[in-house]
Design a protein around this ligand. Structure first.
Ligand code: WQD
Length: 340
């Protein structure tokens, strides 16, 4: 059995990825400092899979703490999710973002090189494309200068992994550029747990439907889109998690030249903010109060993925409908809040 270290494995994407990996026959070890998560989702992973998951509450910036994991376990690869992810906060606290997001990744790579290397999946973001000149974006669409320190840390970490794989033949790398991950596991045992007021659209919708928030603000209806609201590519969290299994398989055999490959992970289908809100209401038969406000600073008008490279090379494709995904998101929120 291959053992995979998941840094940030207690979080939203990390916990769903742990489930997919375990179900695909991998051994999973989780490292998380719980700075933006608690153990709820880890417990959910154990319930879903019926397996105990070794958990290290450590800060990946601390080399000694990471080394301990490698001493106590044989690690064949790592998926790196441990990072701060709030765009607005990164503008206010750039040094904290650069320190944490860069140092944790560099430290992980250093410790892997000390331990005979292995496969590395880096979780990057569609944010690296900014507002692209043409749509959909392929992996060869040029990256735009980052709009925020958060976005910049994603670009820099991509470069770090590319350089590290070139210099250290013991390392293999894949970069996954996620579009907008939403939803929850169909069991409703794991899902998104934002702290405080959610920044992202779907948790804001579910919290408004659950009456934790008075109303959703739709940021701008004056974009050049059919209904004036912004377009995004919303990808089901379980589909996205499954892409990590494919990425690991790609590194353990089929990649001929050992280079660090990049893949867009999305559905390839744009949906507007308004359409998503309407679909949510329709599928779940629950009202969501909203009002239109001005645009949010830093938002792009439209971005969605060309996923043909992932479809072909990783043999991965998003398969869940957005309706199913929104039903799962609501089932998770209801369970959290004790709503019937
Ligand atoms: C989606 C759309 C908003 C909230 C960001 C990061 C990305 C990734 C995901 C990390 C936009 C609109 C939102 C609300 C709204 N990072 N919206 N009212 O901005 O596409 O991507 O989050 O974790 O790297 O950049 O996602 O969900 O915030 O917004 O109208 O209350 O919903 O303006 O058009 P975004 P989002």
């Amino acid at each position: 059995m291959k053992n995979i270290l998941i840094t940030g494995g207690a979080g939203f994407i990390g916990s769903h990825t742990a489930v997919e990996l375990i179900e695909a026959g991998y051994g999973v070890i989780v490292a998380d400092n719980l700075s933006n998560a608690d153990t709820t989702c880890l417990e959910g992973v154990e319930k879903i899979t019926g397996q105990k998951v070794p958990f290290y509450q450590i800060d990946c910036c601390k080399k000694e703490d990471l080394r301990k994991i490698f001493t106590e376990n044989r690690i064949d690869g790592a998926i790196h999710f441990a990072a701060f992810k709030a765009v607005g906060e990164s503008v206010e606290k750039p040094l904290m973002y650069y320190h944490n997001n860069l140092l944790s990744f560099i430290t992980l790579l250093e410790v892997m090189v000390e331990n005979n290397g292995g496969a590395v999946v880096f979780s990057s973001s569609a944010t690296v494309y900014g507002q692209p000149d043409s749509l959909p974006v392929t992996e060869d669409t040029p990256r735009k200068p980052a709009e925020s320190p958060y976005g910049n840390t994603k670009q820099i970490c991509e470069d770090i992994l590319m350089d590290a794989v070139k210099a250290h033949p013991c390392l293999k790398g894949v970069i996954l550029r996620y579009f907008n991950p939403i939803g929850a596991h169909p069991s409703a045992l794991i899902g998104e747990l934002p702290r405080g007021v959610p920044n992202n659209l779907v948790p804001f919708i579910t919290q408004t439907a659950a009456r934790l928030r008075e109303e959703l603000r739709i940021f701008g209806n004056d974009y050049s889109t059919s209904d004036g609201t912004a377009l995004r590519d919303y990808i089901d969290i379980v589909d996205l998690a499954a892409a990590h299994v494919s990425a690991l398989e790609r590194m353990t055999g089929h990649n001929p030249d050992g280079s660090c490959e990049v893949f867009n992970i999305g559905t390839g289908k744009p949906i507007s903010v308004m359409e998503l809100v309407e679909k949510f209401t329709e599928v779940n038969r629950v009202p969501v109060r909203y009002k239109i406000t001005g645009r949010r600073e830093g938002d792009v008008e439209a971005v969605w993925a060309d996923t043909s490279r992932a479809n072909k090379v990783l043999r991965w494709k998003a398969s869940r409908s957005v309706e199913q995904t929104l039903a799962n998101a609501w089932a998770w929120e209801k369970k959290l809040r004790g709503i019937n």
